[in-house]
Design a protein around this ligand. Structure first.
Ligand SMILES: Nc1ncnc2c1ncn2[C@@H]1O[C@H](COP(=O)(O)OP(=O)(O)OP(=O)(O)O)[C@@H](O)[C@H]1O
Length: 618
């Protein structure tokens, strides 16, 4: 019961803060409806007594009472629905905002890459719908509790013994709740399977993957795998459904036996002359109502129970996000989902114990003994990397596929924390700096660049939120990125992509060019990161990008003494860098200028010779 009280207090508290008027009117109408139900039973009992006594006017009066109470019961429920339905929608919106805030709320990407977190996020999405349903249910549950209480009081007027019936009604509640929590546990155990099913469905239906899969004849293979997973899921849920349905039935059976005893008891009282026929009718009607109310109550408790589990999941994530920001735990509830801040305010940065960046960044960026493993994996991706990236330089990372280049770039941008070792910016350990401070000084285009399907203005402008609506700033970034014919073909308010709204679909290379423009919205970053920025570009576009990159890197170096780090497999671009770092299996194997590395005749010289030969022979 603690769970139910916790959930109702929090959830109805949120609904109350969201819209008091709807809350009061909806709950008031439901309560009036709840009172009408036992009035129908009382009226029916009295009506029968008047009929038996041959009192026509008395019978008519009670018939009128029954008719009014019945109509009231139906109409009040209908009008209440109009109010609590809206309230439930508002609550759903509130939790959707919270979900967005929390899933994107961490300072790092550790959770995002963790498959277990994907399961949690899936569950949270389902929880939002549960919260919506439970706001309605919570109000109805209150009304049902009042109904049960009134029904019990009226039953006691016939005979106090009939109250035993209400006591027996506890059995289906307890067993019903036990069944619900058991089912919930099985659902959570199956979260990984449902994630795999959804992933296969996406793979089989997304336009990007469909082409390759269809051509390779892989659709049947995917369907077979999906079928197998669905069978596993259905088996587990089917077994659990049967087991817990039996448990529920056992609870109902206990109440059923008590119901029969109560009705027989009322007959016996009537035969003994200690109760009227009307009271027998009253008992039968009330006992039936009690049964209906109790089963409705069990369903509602199940819903509240599920919502309580969801609220705890929200709370757990809230604490994790806050803990990452070093916010004292005691500070969390005031801004948390469960505290019910309607606007979903983010955790307060004032409580963050981390510091700003040092004013002097002339030391550049240093990596000291940086080792990294992705969350939930054992493979060491970076192994005790020591590196100095001096201020005002451009650095190229070179290495085979999987050497750890992209990972190193993500660590530099502070998107991940090293498993061991430190990343120092201007001498300050990034772990001690408020992440947003460093991100404000970082501009990055990653290999898996985003296709931001919005208007051109927003698709590029989102690279620097302060200027998102500034057409001149976006035009400057687009001009610097030199995106070719796109610049003339699209007006700022034209939509790019077709997902958000009907718009112009772009080629892979055009999306990447827009990504570069988005990166350049930050005009003077301390760190400019470019991870294979030309992977989707044609030769002409690549040359334009290299020119734009060189100009930007020179500007970053000259204006703020910033560092540009880029990854490319094209060594003709790599040689333009001030320094080249060669990675192999997560270790730095050599570094220096192009000339130094060619002279050293190491791995870089080998790669250079290979690419030069390829160009010479083509
Ligand atoms: N999100 C992730 N979760 C777990 N492992 C990952 C993740 N991303 C990358 N890895 C692993 O880390 C290693 C290094 O990957 P990374 O992307 O840094 O290599 P890279 O040098 O950039 O390769 P490429 O040249 O192919 O882009 C690889 O073995 C990869 O499997």
């Amino acid at each position: 019961m603690r769970d139910v009280a916790f959930c109702l207090r929090r959830l109805l508290g949120i609904a109350w803060r969201l819209d008091r008027r709807r809350f009061v009117v909806g709950a008031g109408l439901l309560l009036l409806g709840a009172i009408a139900t036992p009035v129908v039973a009382i009226g029916a009992g009295r009506l029968v007594d008047q009929v038996v006594a041959g009192d026509v006017s008395g019978a008519s009066a009670w018939a009128l009472v029954v008719a009014v109470a019945l109509t009231g019961d139906l109409m009040l429920g209908h009008f209440a629905h109009l109010y609590y339905f809206e309230l439930a929608e508002q609550t759903e919106e509130h939790f959707n905002r919270e979900l967005l805030r929390l899933v994107n709320g961490g300072d790092h990407l550790d959770r995002t890459d963790d498959p277990a977190f994907a399961d949690r996020a899936d569950l949270l999405r389902q929880d939002v719908m549960q919260m919506r349903a439970t706001v309605q249910t919570g109000l109805q549950l209150g009304a049902t509790a009042v109904q049960v209480l009134l029904t019990a009081v009226v039953l006691a007027t016939v005979s106090p013994w009939l109250l035993v019936l209400a006591a027996f009604a506890v059995a289906p509640v307890v067993l019903g709740r036990r069944a619900e929590s058991g089912l919930q546990q099985v659902r959570e155990e199956q979260a990984a399977t449902t994630r795999s099913i959804r992933s296969l469905r996406r793979l089989a239906t997304s336009p990007a993957s469909q082409k390759e899969i269809r051509l390779g004849g892989g659709t049947d293979f995917l369907l077979a795998r999906q079928r197998a997973l669905l069978d596993t899921y259905d088996d587990a849920m089917g077994r659990a459904d049967t087991r817990y349905a039996l448990l529920r039935a056992a609870g109902q059976l206990v109440f059923g036996v008590a119901y029969v005893a109560a009705v027989l008891g009322a007959f016996w009282l009537a035969r003994e002359g200690r109760a009227s026929v009307g009271q027998v009718v009253l008992t039968i009607t009330l006992a039936t109502q009690l049964s209906v109310q109790m089963s409705a109550g069990i369903e509602m408790l199940g819903s509240v129970h599920r919502a309580a589990a969801g609220l705890r999941r929200f709370l757990a994530l809230e604490f994790e996000v806050a803990a990452e920001r070093h916010v004292p735990a005691a500070a969390v509830p005031s801004t948390s989902t469960l505290g019910g801040t309607a606007a979903g305010a983010p955790a307060d940065h004032a409580a963050d114990s981390r510091t700003d960046l040092p004013a002097d960044l002339s030391d550049g960026i240093r990596l000291e003994g940086v080792t990294f493993r992705y969350p939930g994996t054992d493979a060491t991706v970076l192994d005790a990397v020591d590196l100095h990236l001096p201020a005002g330089t451009s650095v190229a990372l070179v290495g085979e596929n999987g050497a750890g280049k992209s990972t190193l770039l993500k660590l530099l941008a502070g998107l991940y924390r090293p498993t061991a070792g430190r990343v120092l910016v201007g001498g300050a350990d990034l772990a001690t700096v408020v992440p947003s401070r460093w991100r404000e000084r970082t501009a990055a285009l990653y290999q898996d660049f985003a296709r931001v399907e919005l208007t051109l203005q927003h698709s590029v402008g989102i690279g620097r939120l302060a200027d998102v609506d500034d057409e001149a700033a976006v035009a400057r970034a687009v001009g610097r990125a030199d995106v070719g014919e796109l610049a003339d073909a699209l007006a700022p308010q034209d939509v790019v992509g077709t997902g958000y709204a009907p718009g112009r679909d772009l080629s892979g290379g055009q999306w990447q060019s827009l990504g570069f423009a988005r990166t350049l919205m930050r005009e003077d970053p301390e760190l400019l990161v470019l991870d294979e920025p030309a992977s989707a570009l044609d030769a002409l576009a690549e040359q334009r990008l290299v020119d734009a990159y060189q100009a930007t890197a020179a500007q970053v170096a000259a204006t703020v003494g910033g560092v540009t780090v880029f990854v490319t497999h094209r060594l003709s671009t790599v040689r333009l860098a001030d320094r080249i770092v060669v990675l192999d299996a997560g270790r730095v194997v050599e570094h220096g200028t192009h000339a130094e590395l060619v002279a050293a005749d190491g791995p870089y010289a080998g790669l250079w010779a290979l690419q030069s030969r390829a160009y010479a022979s083509s």
